[in-house]
Design a protein around this ligand. Structure first.
Ligand SMILES: [Fe+2]
Length: 293
């Protein structure tokens, strides 16, 4: 892997977040290690709809807040999956909390198929919050990202993001996941899944109004060739079975021309079956004086 000054991404071990002391590091990829067998069974449960986690957002002021929720959410799963999964998720939540000075974190968990709604973006935290959060995809296609050194600049990126968000709203009905994706049972070959509607539809032949079709066409072109990247720059993918710890941007700096390595530009895959995804982010400033609230 390239030096962090060029890529902004390093391999890390055991959730060690100390490399973030280097401002050129935008993300740390932790793993993959040896693949435990429970991940295969977890993938089967998620893809076949036998384990469903409705989109959930909770604030974990203490680690117990998360584990209490997770025990309940995973109560229907086989213990051989639920136990190691809970332990793994709690470890990630705990590491983000420690990195945030033991402050509260925001946890988002869900099992859903990817859609085209969100393209490349950066994650934000509230004003003055710690900034290092995490994402873990437990099955299916993983997160895509770009190297810091391949980004022309944040002004270019935010112009792209603004335009794409507008197009995504215009083409919202055409960016829905393909419901059939939830019925596949083969977890080893994601190419077996039907592509999402937006991938299979000719924008000019959608039966919708021309403006919506045009919006979808432009959106697809933007996803294919992101204008904020230097020509020919590759799009990377997080390895399977890895957790990424990454810089979020303080929401007050979102849309500003900050250094590229101050955050991590990434996107979800655009197709595939249901995935179990865990997102963790710090939620607010840790008090300089813990004795006062
Ligand atoms: Fe994100």
């Amino acid at each position: 892997m390239s030096a962090p000054s060029a890529s902004g991404v390093l391999r890390a071990a055991a959730g060690d977040l100390t490399p973030f002391a280097d401002p050129s590091v935008s993300a740390l990829v932790d793993g993959p290690g040896e693949r435990p067998p429970w991940l295969d069974e977890l993938a089967r449960l998620v893809v076949t709809g036998r384990l469903v986690v409705p989109r959930t957002t909770l604030t974990a002021a203490a680690l117990g807040d998360f584990t209490a929720w997770a025990r309940s959410a995973l109560a229907g799963a086989p213990p051989a999956v639920a136990r190691p999964l809970l332990e793994d998720m709690a470890g990630i939540v705990g590491r983000v909390r420690v990195g945030a000075g033991n402050g509260p974190v925001l946890v988002r968990v869900f099992t859903e198929a990817p859609t085209r709604r969100c393209g490349f973006h950066v994650d934000t935290v509230p004003p003055d919050s710690p900034t290092v959060g995490a994402v873990r995809v437990y099955n299916g296609p993983t997160t895509e990202y770009v190297a810091s050194g391949d980004v022309l600049g944040m002004a270019d990126f935010y112009a792209y993001l603004s335009r794409r968000e507008r197009l995504s709203r215009q083409a919202a009905d055409l960016c829905r996941p393909d419901a059939d994706a939830a019925t596949e049972t083969d977890t080893s070959d994601t190419s077996a899944y039907p592509a999402n509607a937006a991938d299979t539809v000719d924008p000019a032949d959608t039966g919708t109004d021309p403006a919506t079709a045009a919006a979808l066409g432009e959106l697809l072109a933007m996803d294919e060739n992101p204008s904020f990247l230097r020509p020919g720059a590759p799009i990377h993918r997080v390895p399977d079975d890895a957790t990424v710890y990454f810089r979020h941007i303080d929401v007050t700096r979102h849309w500003s021309p900050h250094p590229v390595s101050d955050t991590w530009i990434h996107r979800s895959p655009m197709r595939g079956g249901p995935r179990l995804v865990l997102n963790v982010s710090p939620t607010r400033t840790v008090s300089a004086n813990p004795g006062r609230r």
